[in-house]
Design a protein around this ligand. Structure first.
Ligand code: TYM
Length: 346
C-alpha cells in the first residue's frame, strides 16, 4: 500500500524544476534565471531536474527535432553544472505518473481559473492556434511539482503564476481529501530572474518570441555573442547606472555582468563611472564569452556520447520513479480510486 504521508523523510528538503526542450539551445535567461540557481541549490537540497518534453507537445513538434532537443536540453543542464550523481536528471515522459497526476489536477481546476492563466491568454491573444494541452499546461506543471513533494521550486519570474496555481491546487486537494500533498514555495532569485531581450529591454528574453539579435543562446559562437551585446539597445544618456524603469537596457547588461562575475551592481556602477556604454558592453561580452566557453566544450562532449546521456536519463528516471509512484498511489487512494491490485486480482 502507498504510504499515507508525503515522502519528505529524506534528510534534505526536496527541490524540483524543469525546462522545455523547445529550442536547439537554452538561452542566457534560462541560464541566469534558473540553471545557475539549480547548480547552487543541489548541494543543499535533494534535487530533481527534468526536461519537460510533454509540455513541449503543446506547440507543433517534429519528432526528430523533439528527440534532438530533449538530449540537448539534458546535456545543457549538465554542462551548466548540474551533477547527475548528486541530482536526479530525467525526462518527464519517462514517468507516466506525470500525465496521470496532471489529469487529477485538471479535474481539480475550475474552467474560469484556467482561463485566467496569463501564458494561455498571451499566446491565444497573439493569434496562436492553441490546443487543449496549452490550456491545461499549468495543471501538468502542478503535477510535476506536487509529484515530488517539492518544498521549493527554483524558477524565473515568468513562472510565478504557475507556482501560485500549484499551491492553490495542493491546498484544495488537501482540504477535500485530507493532508496528502506538500504545498511548495517558489524560489525566485532577486537578480537574474528576468533577463530582458537585448533588442527590446522591456520584454523578457524568450526563445519563442525574441528575435535572433535579442537572444543569447548558450550555444552561440563567441563572436556572435560579442556582436549581439555590442548592438544591444541602451538609451541616449551615457551614464552606467542601474535603473530598470528609465534605463532598462543598461540595467539588463549590469544584471548579466553581476550574476556571471559575482560583482555587486553598486561596484560595477563605480567601476564604469565616467566611461560610456561601449566600455560596459565590451566587458559584459567578455564576461559572457568566458562563461559560455567551458560550457560549450562540455556540451559538445556530452552530445558526442548520446548513449551515456541516455544512461544518465534512465538512472534519473529510476530515482524519480520511486517517489512518483508513491505519490500517485497516495493521491489515487485519497481520491477513492481502487488499488490496482483489485484489477489484476493480486
Ligand atoms: P521554460 O522552459 O520556459 O524556462 C525554463 C526556466 O528558465 C526561466 N526563464 C527565465 N529566467 C530569467 N529570464 C528570462 N528571460 C527567462 N526565460 C525563461 C523560466 O522561468 C524557467 O525557470 N513551465 C516551465 C517548465 C516546467 C516547470 C515544471 C518548471 C514544466 N514543469 C515544474 C518548474 C517546475 C517552462 O516553460 O519553463
Amino acid at each position: 500500500m502507498p504510504s499515507a504521508t508525503p515522502s519528505t523523510s529524506s534528510a534534505r528538503p526536496r527541490i524540483l524544476s524543469g525546462m522545455q526542450p523547445t529550442s536547439d539551445s537554452l538561452h542566457l535567461g534560462n541560464y541566469l534565471g534558473a540553471l545557475v540557481n539549480w547548480v547552487e541549490l543541489q548541494n543543499e537540497f535533494d534535487a530533481y531536474y527534468f526536461v519537460a518534453d510533454l509540455h513541449a507537445l503543446t506547440v507543433p513538434t517534429d519528432p526528430a527535432v523533439l528527440r534532438r532537443r530533449t538530449r540537448i536540453t539534458a546535456a545543457q543542464f549538465i554542462a551548466g553544472g548540474v551533477d547527475p550523481e548528486q541530482s536526479a536528471v530525467f525526462t518527464q515522459s519517462h514517468l507516466h505518473e506525470h500525465a496521470a497526476l496532471g489529469w487529477v489536477m485538471s479535474c481539480l481546476t475550475a474552467f474560469g481559473e484556467a482561463s485566467r492563466m496569463t501564458q494561455f491568454k498571451d499566446k491565444t491573444a497573439k493569434g496562436q492556434n492553441a490546443n487543449v494541452g496549452l490550456f491545461t499546461y499549468p495543471m501538468l506543471m502542478a503535477a510535476d511539482i506536487l509529484m515530488y513533494d517539492a518544498a521549493y521550486v527554483p524558477v524565473g519570474e515568468d513562472q510565478r503564476q504557475h507556482l501560485e496555481i500549484t499551491r492553490d491546487l495542493a491546498i484544495r486537494f488537501n482540504q477535500r481529501f485530507g493532508e496528502t500533498l506538500v504545498v511548495p514555495e517558489p524560489y525566485i532569485l532577486k537578480q537574474g530572474a528576468k533577463i530582458m531581450d537585448l533588442t527590446d529591454p522591456t520584454a523578457k528574453m524568450s526563445g519563442s518570441t525574441s528575435p535572433e539579435k535579442g537572444l543569447i543562446l548558450l550555444s552561440d559562437e563567441p563572436n556572435r555573442i560579442v556582436k549581439k551585446i555590442k548592438s544591444a539597445v541602451t538609451d541616449t544618456d551615457s551614464e552606467v547606472r542601474y535603473d530598470p524603469e528609465s534605463k532598462p537596457g543598461v540595467s539588463n547588461l549590469l544584471v548579466i555582468h553581476s550574476v556571471l562575475s559575482g560583482t555587486a551592481i553598486a561596484d560595477l556602477e563605480k567601476s564604469f563611472e565616467g566611461q560610456g556604454y561601449g566600455a560596459l558592453k565590451s566587458e559584459v561580452a567578455e564576461v559572457v564569452v568566458t562563461a559560455v566557453q567551458p560550457f560549450q566544450k562540455r556540451m559538445a562532449e556530452l552530445l558526442d556520447d548520446p548513449a551515456e546521456l541516455d544512461r544518465i536519463l534512465a538512472a534519473g528516471a529510476e530515482r524519480a520513479h520511486e517517489i512518483a509512484s508513491r505519490t500517485v498511489g497516495r493521491v489515487y487512494d485519497a481520491l477513492g480510486l481502487l488499488p490496482a491490485t483489485a484489477r489484476f486480482g493480486r
